[in-house]
Design a protein. Structure first.
Length: 268
């Protein structure tokens, strides 16, 4: 009876702590920001070194579609890993949708085997990663206008056309899409490490343009309002000096008798 009650009560504190400790931690040596971008898509190319009959492949292969009026390639999909291949008549193949470099290579070999089973004599050569896309969230909003002004050589920001800021980093050669919410998309990398290096480079810059970070007034004795935590008093002009007779000295031309005006006409 006690065992069934303990099971219904859920995991104990010790079990939860053991589960949390078993979760992989961030390697701060490679990711000083504590944030690891997640790879979302990898595009790779392969040369099969032979001419292909696309219509024959479309008829023989599973999960293949071919519409030459719309696109001049056979589209083949597999589930594990979940990827898509574009197979061209020249023997070139493009593999997209993989979440890791190893998965992209595995998928390319599976697609090559499918094409080989359709009575094609192929060779698996020139496998190359062409583009890696990653994304992450810095968990704070960003002042895109300030970032675009300070880094205008590398930035393109047209909020009327696209809500994100486009940042073209030179080293590594990666393009970043930065959104006001703190979401960042990185693309154009040829290897995974370039994604990580580009994000670490931009993270320090993004922290400088965090929304809500306004420089506080200097807390010095010459600024007592800042020391007391209130707004400084406005500097008002001093009242005009008065003479001994009590008359206020006015600027020349103000309040002087209008001698040049004609006298008022009687009866009016």
């Amino acid at each position: 009876m006690n065992t069934s009650l303990a099971a219904a009560a859920g995991p104990s504190v010790q079990e939860v702590a053991a589960t949390q400790s078993s979760e992989p931690s961030v390697d701060l040596a490679n990711h000083p920001s504590g944030i690891v971008p997640v790879l979302q898509n990898i595009v790779a190319t392969v040369n099969l070194t032979c001419k292909l009959d696309l219509k024959h492949i479309a008829l023989r292969a599973r999960n293949a579609e071919y519409n030459p009026k719309r696109f001049a390639a056979v589209i083949i999909r597999i589930r594990d890993p979940k990827t898509t291949a574009l197979v061209f008549a020249s023997g070139k193949m493009v593999v997209t949708g993989a979440k890791s470099e190893q998965a992209s290579l595995l998928a390319a070999k599976k697609f090559a085997k499918i094409i080989q089973s359709c009575e094609n004599s192929i060779s698996f050569t020139e496998f190359k990663l062409q583009n890696i896309v990653g994304s992450c969230d810095v968990k704070f909003p960003i002042r895109l206008e300030g970032l675009a002004f300070a880094h205008e050589k590398f930035c393109s920001y047209e909020p009327e056309l696209f809500p994100g800021l486009i940042y073209r980093m030179l080293v590594p050669k990666v393009v970043l899409l930065i959104f006001v919410s703190g979401k960042v998309v990185l693309t154009g990398a040829k290897e995974k490490q370039q994604i990580y290096d580009a994000f670490e480079n931009i993270y320090a810059v993004l922290k400088m343009f965090k929304k809500g970070d306004v420089p506080a007034p200097a807390m010095t004795a010459s600024n007592p309002a800042a020391l007391e935590g209130r707004a400084p008093a406005l500097a008002l002009p001093a009242p005009a000096a008065q003479s001994g007779s009590g008359a206020v000295h006015l600027p020349p031309g103000i309040g002087a008798p209008a001698a040049h005006l004609p006298p008022a006409t009687a009866g009016r």
